[in-house]
Design a binder for this molecule. Sequence first.
Ligand SMILES: NC(=O)c1ccc[n+]([C@@H]2O[C@H](COP(=O)([O-])OP(=O)(O)OC[C@H]3O[C@@H](n4cnc5c(N)ncnc54)[C@H](OP(=O)(O)O)[C@@H]3O)[C@@H](O)[C@H]2O)c1
Length: 280
Amino acid sequence: MHGYADLPEHSGGVTVIMQTSRASVIRLGVIGTGQFASYFIAALRRGGYDGNVLLSPRNADVANTLAHKHDCVVAASAEEVLAGSDVVLLSVRPEYAEAALANLRWERRHTVLSAMAGIRLDELRALLHGVDDIHLIMPGSYIETVPGPIPLYPPAPALMPLLSCAGDVIALPNEAAFNAAMVSLCTSTWIYDLAHALAAELERHGLEPDAARALTLGNIAGPASFALSQPETSLLEISAGIATERTFTKDGLDHLKARHFASPWREAIGQLAERLKPGE
Ligand SMILES: NC(=O)c1ccc[n+]([C@@H]2O[C@H](COP(=O)([O-])OP(=O)(O)OC[C@H]3O[C@@H](n4cnc5c(N)ncnc54)[C@H](OP(=O)(O)O)[C@@H]3O)[C@@H](O)[C@H]2O)c1
C-alpha cells in the first residue's frame, strides 16, 4: 500500500503519533459500478475521502451520476481502472464475477476489496492471479448517509485511512466471523420491518403516522447510540437497569420473553449462517 506511514513527532516533551498519510493519496478503482459502488463512494466522500476514483464504464447511468455527484472519473475499460488505481473495489454481482474478472492484468501493487457477497477468499485468490492483498468488506447501504460498521477481513492497517472515511471498521479475525457479519448486515434490514410493525401498532393506539415513525425510529437509534457509547456494559444490564420491577417497560418485556420473541430472529440468523458455511 502506498502513502501510509505513521511517524512519531515530538511536541512539548510528549511523543504523539502523527498520521502523516491521508486517504486521498490512495487511488480507488471500481469494477462494478452499481448500487453498492454508489453508496460506498458516497460514504467515502461524506467522510472526507478526496482521492481519485476511477469507475468501470458499464452502467453508464450510474457511472455518470457518480462522476457528476462525487467527482469520479469514468474509465474507458476495466484495464484502464486497474492501470490507474492502487485499491480496487470489486462490486459486480457474484454471478458475474468470473466474467468481469477474466483476462484482467493484475499487479502485485494492487489491493483488492471485494464486496461480492458469498464469494470466499480462496475463490477470489483463484480469480485474481498475481494479487496478494485481498480483503472482504460488507457495509450496509445506510452508510451513504450516516457512518456505520464496515466489516473487514482480513484486517488491513494500511486501508484504515480510506475505510475509516466510510464508517467504523470492524476488523474480523477469520472468515467465519466475516460471514456472521454479513448475516448481521441482513438483520439491519429486518429492523426496518420490525420498526414498521411497531409504528403501525402505535398508530392503532392513537399516534399520527409521522409521530409513530419518528418515535419508533428514534427509540431504536437512541438506545443503539447509548449502548455503543458504553461498550463495557452488557446489553442485558442496560435493559435490566431500566426495566425494573413494577414498570410498564418490564411488563411488556416479560410478555415478549414469555412469547420467546427472540426465537424467530435467532432461527433466521442460524439459517443464513448455515448457508454461508464453506461447501454450502
Ligand atoms: N446493494 C447492496 O445493498 C449490497 C450490500 C452488500 C453487498 N453487495 C454486493 O455488491 C455487489 C453489487 O451489488 P449491487 O447491488 O451494487 O448490484 P448492481 O446494482 O447490479 O451493480 C453491479 C454492477 O456491475 C456491473 N457489471 C456487470 N457485469 C460487469 C462486468 N463484466 N464488468 C464490469 N461491470 C459489470 C453492472 O452493470 P449492468 O447493470 O450493466 O449489468 C452493475 O452496474 C454484489 O456482489 C453484492 O453482493 C450489495
